[in-house]
Write a protein that binds this ligand. Sequence first.
Ligand code: ZN
Length: 148
Amino acid sequence: MNKSNPISEELIAPCGMNCAICSRYLAYLNNLKRSQCVGCRPGDKRCSYLFKKCSGINNTLKGIATANFCFECDQFPCKQINRMDDRYRNNYRMSVKDNLEDIKKNGIGKFIQEHYRKYCCSECGELISIHNRKCFKCDTITRLVEKY
Ligand SMILES: [Zn+2]
């Protein structure tokens, strides 16, 4: 694959979610008539999943663009991120806590490379959605090499 990586660092949310493979971000990218989102950091949104109940770094910092990752919080892992992690592991076979662990250990550059390889459409090389494994460009469903 010689394409440059479409996952930019700012698309990795503080909680370890990869916005680049979120259905709402891909809807935005491909200009689909459905719920769209530019991504957590690019939209300067506070954390969409944890914010309302977050009493750690995502809540106290002004905006999340300047915040780094939940693992830097003294409350990590909190109840909210554990709950989100359960939901993503059970429904989408991705662990945001494992993502954070990878980022912490190997750096974000390596993480986004691995994610591009893992969530790449088998037909056209665009990113697929973590939520339904679908490529929003060519409609192919890609089977993932399961980790869990
Ligand atoms: Zn495709």
